[in-house]
Design a protein around this ligand. Structure first.
Ligand SMILES: Nc1ncnc2c1ncn2[C@@H]1O[C@H](COP(=O)(O)OP(=O)(O)OP(=O)(O)O)[C@@H](O)[C@H]1O
Length: 676
């Protein structure tokens, strides 16, 4: 057994002194940064850069007395010891008092075991109470101890959940750490049962990569993509708590809206597609339809090019122009880039004619010819500029345009389904749906290459359509991805069927797929209950297990929802009342009438900070609460377009509880949930 408190008082006192000294040194580092003067910079650009660098550094050096400066220690064989914390702290001589958890020397803290001690003789974990170091616990990795049980680790996993998600830096598990520290060039896909820490792992990987490749990733950017705004609010504090404020956190809808606004300012996603149409619009075949529709704008010339210059008239025959077009088409560049090359390519042909006639024109002549009115006009006619929004608007409005581009790809029924019932008069007045905006993103990229970021973390990726996956794929074409999800929790009609398929759409077919099955959220009794649905929703997946010591409390009952909520609210920790979407108004009214204060998730900016959240079933994904009151499971299932999706939605809702789950129902439970 590792030794726990009570420990020798002197050892505890010495650790407390180390903490106090680390805090003093952190304060010194902060003072030094505050005294740095950006005014000495040579010009305003450098000054702005320095000022923002100093401001960032000040934020990173902020000391929150409630957050321990270090949480662990490793002693190696040579007698060196390293205290491990969220940030690096050193003394004036540069000697480290605390090393960053992401530094290579911290690795054994997460990975060393008795079987593989990695040169480490001791691993120490610290217990804190309100920022005060109160206990420690040692594991001697080279001694012949048998049990690997940590009370401090267990306490961290068992702690009640309050407010937004917290970092897990003190307790990252070896199988999670392998993902967190996998190299930047490598794309990783994590399939994981509910509560196995996918979101946590993705965020910690972003923090790790930003540390290990700071300069590159600050330049190229890191993006975290989550399913909706409430989820982003739930995770928003994790990266800043790890000192990382550079990563952008967003949703697919926000990304698509940005694209929409880039072609049609002030536009919003306002339209709505039914499930069949949205699924069709999310189909990867649409990428080919768009590509064909765009490139069909390049037309074979009916006449050759004539360029008057001085007394001469230079001619390029139409068959030669066709050769030029073929050459540009086969270069593998975007429509817009190839279009920009056309005048020069035509001018080059004119130059060849001049040379054949005995002239010796130079580059300046070629430039002048390329910029001349006849060449520009001719080029614009055979290779016109295309507005991506108009391109899409035409495809969705004009049956002939769609038929021409979709021939052999979409059958007549599919084409009919895609067309707007009442086409808007112009692209500018269209009510674009989310699926449309995603198609627009594809069209924009066909015209002009979308810049790639350094790394993207895509959470709940099982719910993305092929076209949405392509959207993220093009934003990481030269970067890498962390793809997180659970096929059993897929609830969109266009959800992916397999990770191999999703990764192919993302352009990363070789990404490594890891599976996590040890659950840190849902206690045993609750996860076993939820897992009854697994054979019906994802028969190929391994059933999740729980590492929680407590078995949890599961109650399946009738009675008044308000009474159950009242009981839950009286307990420690957060409470989520998860109801079928349609029951939100009546449940909110009942809670109000009973004087129970609550927030309706998704309605307010501070929703995830509340003690009690009323959560519509369709918004529960990714969240967790100490106590969950789940109302009318059968109605949650019935609200979805098909049974499997309904059962998956229910599986998501059943797996949000950390301590207790009360299922309240009047109608019979779905039969898949009843065994025997
Ligand atoms: N190593 C760990 N130590 C302590 N807590 C952990 C650890 N890993 C995960 N957790 C906790 O378990 C809970 C679930 O984690 P997370 O939300 O990342 O899981 P998930 O796999 O994304 O779940 P879901 O599929 O339901 O969205 C969180 O409270 C997280 O802090």
């Amino acid at each position: 057994m590792p030794t726990t408190t009570p420990s020798p008082d002197t050892e505890l006192a010495s650790e407390q002194e180390h903490l106090a000294e680390s805090r003093r040194q952190l304060a010194r580092m902060r003072e030094r940064t505050a005294a740095l003067d950006a005014g000495a910079a040579a010009d305003w650009v450098s000054r702005e850069f320095l000022e923002s660098t100093f401001a960032l550094r000040m934020k990173q050096l902020a000391d929150d007395p409630t957050v321990p400066l270090f949480f662990g220690r490793v002693d190696d064989e040579s007698g060196e010891r390293f205290h491990i914390g969220r940030r690096h702290v050193s003394d004036p001589q540069g000697e480290p008092l605390v090393v960053d958890w992401r530094a290579p020397v911290s690795l054994p803290f997460y990975r060393a075991s008795r079987a593989e001690p990695m040169g480490t003789v001791l691993r120490r974990r610290y217990g804190f109470e309100r920022g005060r170091l109160t206990a420690f616990e040692d594991e001697h990795l080279t001694a012949g101890e048998q049990t690997e049980h940590s009370a401090i680790l267990e306490a961290e996993i068992e702690r009640p959940r309050v407010g937004p998600m917290r970092d897990i830096v003190a307790t990252i598990q070896p199988e999670q750490d392998v993902i967190v520290r996998s190299e930047l060039a490598r794309s990783v896909c994590v399939q994981g049962a509910p509560g196995t820490g996918k979101t946590a792992v993705g965020l910690h990987r972003a923090a790790y990569l930003l540390y290990a490749h700071r300069e590159q990733l600050t330049r190229q950017g890191v993006l975290v993509v989550g399913p909706n705004a409430s989820f982003l609010r739930y995770i928003r504090d994790v990266l800043p708590a790890l000192g990382e404020i550079e990563a952008t956190q967003t949703t697919i809808e926000e990304l698509a809206t940005k694209t929409l606004r880039s072609v049609a300012p002030k536009q919003e996603v306002r339209g709505h597609d039914d499930a069949t149409v949205a699924t069709l619009k999310g189909d990867a075949r649409l990428a080919e339809v768009l590509r064909r529709a765009l490139w069909a704008h390049v037309v074979a010339p009916t006449e050759g090019l004539v360029v008057p210059r001085g007394a001469s008239r230079w001619r390029v025959a139409s068959y030669e122009v066709e050769e030029v077009l073929d050459g540009l088409r086969s270069r593998g560049v975007r429509y817009g880039a190839a279009r920009a090359m056309l005048p020069q390519a035509l001018a080059h042909r004119v130059l060849v004619r001049m040379e054949l006639a005995g002239d010796s024109p130079d580059d300046r002549v070629q430039d002048a010819v390329a910029r001349s009115a006849p060449v520009m006009k001719y080029a614009a006619e055979i290779w016109p500029a295309v507005d991506p929004a108009k391109l899409l608007w035409r495809l969705l409005s004009e049956p002939e345009a769609l038929a021409a581009a979709a021939d052999g790809l979409l059958d007549p029924d599919e084409q009919a389904a895609l067309l707007w019932a009442k086409p808007p008069r112009s692209a500018g007045t269209a009510r674009w749906s989310l699926a449309d905006a995603v198609l627009l993103d594809e069209a924009v990229d066909l015209v002009e290459r979308t810049p790639s970021l350094g790394h993207i973390v895509a959470d709940e990726a099982q719910d993305l359509s092929p076209m949405m996956l392509r959207m993220l794929g093009r934003r990481s074409s030269t970067g890498s991805l962390t793809v997180l999800g659970d096929l059993a929790q897929a609830t969109t009609p266009w959800a992916t069927r397999s990770w191999a398929e999703a990764l192919a759409h993302l352009g990363k077919p070789d990404a490594h797929v890891e599976e996590l099955t040890r659950g840190f959220r849902v206690p045993g009794e609750v996860i076993e209950f939820a897992a009854r649905l697994l054979p019906h929703v994802a028969p190929d997946l391994a059933p999740p297990t729980s590492v929680r010591r407590t078995r949890g409390e599961l109650t399946v009952t009738g009675g008044d929802v308000v009474d159950h909520v009242r009981d839950a609210v009286a307990r420690e920790g957060s409470v989520g009342v998860i109801v079928p979407d349609a029951l939100v108004p009546v449940t909110a009214a009942d809670l109000r009438a009973a004087g129970i204060e609550h927030a309706v998730l998704g309605e307010r900016e501070d929703d995830v900070d509340q003690h009690l959240d009323l959560v519509r079933a369709s918004l529960a994904k990714g969240l967790e609460f100490d106590h969950v009151v789940l109302v009318e499971p059968a109605a949650i299932v019935a609200a979805e377009p098909d049974r499997v999706t309904g059962l998956r939605r229910l599986y998501v809702c059943l797996t949000r509880a950390v301590t207790s789950l009360v299922v309240v129902h009047e109608h019979p439970l779905p039969e898949e949930l009843v065994v025997g």
